[in-house]
Design a protein around this ligand. Structure first.
Ligand code: BV8
Length: 238
């Protein structure tokens, strides 16, 4: 089967072997931090210092993090699909920059990016690689209202129109390294199935919505994703 319109969805599991924490595994981020305190607008209003500390630590950890074979396999797949005249979009729930570092370009960060900030007062956004503090001033309006450009619970994810449009026309949907617990991302497989796409889950273990996929391959992303992508690249290249 030669797939021409491919959508990939990644979650924290694709970056786990690069040392970035996952959220809901036994030692996950949500076992050490309260989601309500650090990943909601209400939490930020209540205690902005706590939220800045949470994101500053994760932003700093990015400086040492490197892509793993899974990130690199997905970047190679994008190149092979484009060379064969197909279309591939990588939608990531992750806020790290490891897909970019691996060479992926057709990429949409639906939950924002650790290395982006925005001003809650004037709305400007920009690249940011330093720590952020409650008194850091906006470079445009001067207000001390800068926050991570990250989509918190209750906020609208980015790129939804483009994502739903692509889901309605795709012939292959592959979900990688995500627990299928967070919406609307966890519902994308249904949209893809409705469009008649072949749906694949690549994960350490079956996710909450594993039953919704036509095919599943389980194991470490650095192996499973590399093998699956290499198989597909061989099929595309013939
Ligand atoms: C919204 C911030 C309105 C960034 C995050 C139904 C419809 C719509 C909304 C909802 C709904 N039901 C509930 C909601 C509300 C809510 C929600 O989903 N709540 C959950 C808790 C029930 N959703 C929202 O609020 C979203 N906004 O709905 O707006 C709307 C409605 C409709 C349409 C459009 C808009 C906003 C959600 C975004 C919240 N922000 N984080 C950050 O700080 O990082 S969520 C957080 O969870 C991260 O972004 C993360 O990416 C995301 C998903 O988690 P995963 O990536 O899956 O990570 P997890 O640890 O859970 O799983 C890791 C997996 O990897 C595991 O399966 C594990 O087995 C596997 N793994 C581990 N190691 C490896 C591995 N796999 C392979 N190899 C390995 N080595």
């Amino acid at each position: 089967m030669d797939y021409r319109r491919i959508i990939l969805l990644t979650g924290a599991g694709v970056s786990a072997e690069s040392g970035m924490g996952t959220f809901r595994d036994k030692d996950g981020i949500w076992t050490r931090h309260s989601l309500e305190d650090v990943a909601t607008p209400e939490g930020f209003t209540r205690n902005p210092r706590l939220v800045h500390d949470f994101y500053n630590a994760r932003r700093r950890s990015l400086r040492e993090a490197a892509p793993n074979p899974a990130h690199r396999a997905l970047a190679r797949l994008e190149g092979a699909v484009k060379k064969a005249g197909g279309d591939l979009l990588l939608v990531t729930q992750n806020v790290d920059d490891l897909h970019e570092k691996a060479g992926s370009r057709s990429l949409l960060h639906m939950h924002g990016e650790l290395k982006q900030v925005m001003c809650a007062s004037c709305g400007i956004k920009g690249a940011w690689d330093e720590d952020l503090f409650t008194d850091t001033e906006c470079w445009r309006c001067g207000a001390s209202a800068l926050r991570p450009d990250v989509v918190w619970f209750g906020e609208m994810p980015y790129g939804m129109d483009a994502i739903y449009q692509k889901l309605g026309a795709c012939d292959l949907f592959v979900s990688i390294g995500t627990s299928g617990e967070v919406y609307p991302a966890a519902g994308f497989v249904n949209e893809a199935r409705r469009a008649g796409a072949h749906t694949v889950e690549l994960n350490l273990e079956p996710s909450a919505n594993a039953w919704e996929f036509s095919e599943g391959r389980y194991g470490l992303a650095s192996q499973v994703v590399d093998e699956w992508a290499s198989d597909l690249i061989r099929k595309i290249a013939v």
